[in-house]
Design a protein. Structure first.
Length: 339
């Protein structure tokens, strides 16, 4: 298989979260051809109407290679030069999909079986694909989750705690603010206090962080706002209860605080022979809930260019990832069979 051509083909299929059907069909067909000549089984794992994960198994899986097929918006197509492949999803995570498929081809050519591929929907939004997969495991003892780590094995990843904060006021003509109650001013006051809250730290994962992701509210420049909203995302490093308590204490009836998502922080293990790192983003690993085995986190690409207009993956890292995704399953399978 040509990993560069496969990466470009995947990139060129738009698959922003919620619209993964076309790339799922492509993967189902591609893996179907590989499975047909090697004794594998390929399945669609339904997640919702017209959304499905793709699972391919060879033998009784000991190791599963997994990543996600959805991307963030906006879509832009593939291009390449001597050093990089560019395009939406190039490193997060379509280059990783290509590397995993090429590694599977190598493993099968060398006579290695007892592994699976699992490509899921929804990771960039709500991890619906991983949550669905957690209910339908295949007996795997290890899952190698692919995200951009520059091919270093992650020893930990931060968690996520997301809130929507809503404030309400009273409408009035902006020329007479004394007759109104501005929801926007209330929201700004609360956000200023929230930004001053001390956040937990962890020796491995570092500091918790806060991002005020979106702000909305008001009706017109000449109308005092009666409603305002903010989306808040904390990147957590441990038990989120300290942050939850602080948020409740700050808001304290002055707004409506709704927790939308919690993904726990993770401490992961090393594996002999692999360089290590720590990452600040969240992954699908917690949502697999251990159902697909002990997790490892590694993949080509730099997270700093993911989700940007400059998203790209180094070709050398893509080729190195194929070697990693070939070596790790062999190492894990051999260790499991020796026990």
């Amino acid at each position: 298989m040509d990993p560069f051509a496969l990466t470009r083909s995947l990139i060129d299929i738009e698959s922003v979260t919620g619209r993964e059907k076309a790339v799922g069909e492509f993967l189902f067909a591609t893996l179907g051809k590989l499975a047909a000549s090697t004794g594998g089984i390929v399945e669609r794992m339904d997640v919702s109407v017209e959304r499905f994960n793709v699972v391919a198994t060879w033998g009784t899986p000991v190791v599963t290679l997994s990543t996600h097929m959805d991307t963030v918006p906006p879509f832009f197509p593939a291009s390449e030069d001597d050093e990089f492949i560019r395009g939406r999803g190039s490193c997060d995570a379509k280059g990783i999909i290509a590397a995993m498929i090429c590694a599977a081809d190598r493993l099968l050519t060398a006579g290695t079986s007892n592994f699976a591929l699992l490509f899921v929907v929804g990771e960039e939004k709500d991890s619906l694909g991983a949550l669905c997969a957690a209910k339908s495991p295949r007996g795997s003892k290890f899952v190698i989750n692919g995200e951009p780590t520059e091919n270093r094995l992650a020893l930990g990843s931060k968690g996520a705690l997301r809130y929507v904060l809503t404030t309400r006021g009273r409408l009035a003509h902006s020329a007479y603010p004394e007759l109104a109650d501005s929801a926007i001013e209330k929201l700004l006051d609360l956000l200023a206090e929230i930004r001053e809250v001390p956040l937990p730290q962890d020796a491995l994962l570092g500091k918790s962080t806060l991002n005020i992701g979106t702000l909305s509210g008001g009706r017109a420049p000449n109308v005092i706002a009666d409603e305002a909203n903010a989306d808040l995302m904390f990147r957590t490093v441990g038990d989120p209860e300290q942050i939850r308590s602080a948020m409740r204490a700050v808001v304290n009836g002055r707004g409506e605080l709704e927790e939308m998502l919690h993904t726990p922080a993770l401490h992961l293990e090393a594996l002999d022979g692999f360089e290590t790192t720590v990452v600040a983003y969240t992954t699908d690993i917690p949502n697999f809930a251990g159902a697909w085995g002990k997790p490892f986190l590694i993949g080509p690409g730099n997270i700093h260019v993911a989700h940007t207009a400059e998203e790209r993956i180094p070709k050398k890292q893509l080729l190195d990832a194929i070697e990693i995704y070939t070596r790790m399953p062999r190492q894990l399978i051999a260790g499991a069979l020796c026990k």
